[in-house]
Design a protein around this ligand. Sequence first.
Ligand SMILES: Nc1ncnc2c1ncn2[C@@H]1O[C@H](COP(=O)(O)OP(=O)(O)OP(=O)(O)O)[C@@H](O)[C@H]1O
Ligand SMILES: [Mg+2]
Length: 346
Amino acid sequence: MPEPLLEVRDLVKHFPLPRTLLDAALRRPQETVRAVDGVSFRLSRGKTLGLVGESGCGKSTLGRCILRLYEADEGEVRFGGVDLMRLDERELVPFRTRMQVVFQDPYASLNPRQAVGHTLLEVLDVHEIGAPGERRERMAHLLTQVGLSPGDAHKYPGEFSGGQRQRIGIARALAVEPELLIADEPLSALDVSIQAQILQLLLDLRTSLGLTMLFISHDLRVVRYLCDEVAVMYLGRIVERAATEDLFANPRHPYTIALLSAVPEVWSRPRDEIPIEGEPPSAMRIPRGCRFHPRCPWKVERCLAESPALERVRPDHEVACHVATARPAAGLPEAPAARPETAPEG
Ligand SMILES: Nc1ncnc2c1ncn2[C@@H]1O[C@H](COP(=O)(O)OP(=O)(O)OP(=O)(O)O)[C@@H](O)[C@H]1O
Ligand SMILES: [Mg+2]
């Protein structure tokens, strides 16, 4: 197997919550949000991995840890074989151009008082991309590449529509000629018709530039269309990962099935639906055993005590579920007659 461009191993990022004086007086224990709680995956060059899961499951935190916008507590982030977590700021500089990010709301990250051409030129200057005399031309080319016109260089962010601003966000990310693009909900602030245009732009750029992408999204339809593989995250862990077609055709984890069966456009087996039960989970109170068990219709005793690891069930398909991995085929288990109680949090 060729070396992946990106490999994440056992990554952990917890946020300790600030303690009030009352907490201290009552000697309450320090509370911690376990946003990313042991994530591992590999992403090959030129591939796009979709990262899906409910709000708050840790997708953005994972993306930020990879970029070292957040410092992870534990684990490894290997980029081109180099563990980024071990690098100091100076050693990180070259990697800061090799990886770029596009956020949901590009407006928040564009300087409203600067013409967009100026913003792009600044990026080219700071990172010394191309010869100084060529940079205006490069800037104009970037605008064209994302479907804007070189004449737009004089405009300010406020003069563009949401979709156009997202194009500028993408142009800025591309300015440094990155190898990896992390796109964190890049479409969710846009109208549906504009979403389709930006999605097409990302597809075109991936092909023409050979970009590797981590695509974070709530939208399973978009993920199915764009991504080569999909990882499903639940409460800080990946619970299932597979090639896109396989994941949509043969989901194995009950949480994946619940997610998919909530979207009729991607679900063709109405009789196998799993309605998602219970409250959305809190990353402060992660249940012991399998973290999905309080909402799981399949749970057995073992799920209350033992956290399942990701196990390979097909050549390119891994799942973390005691019940699903015990079954040889893609058949879905019956709900057990008597359900065990829920274990306390651990
Ligand atoms: N800087 C922070 N300080 C404290 N807690 C944080 C911080 N950033 C994120 N969290 C918490 O970590 C958990 C994961 O958040 P994250 O933003 O990564 O989720 P997400 O999957 O991206 O959600 P969404 O789909 O809503 O964007 C949440 O419980 C969130 O409240
Ligand atoms: Mg997020």
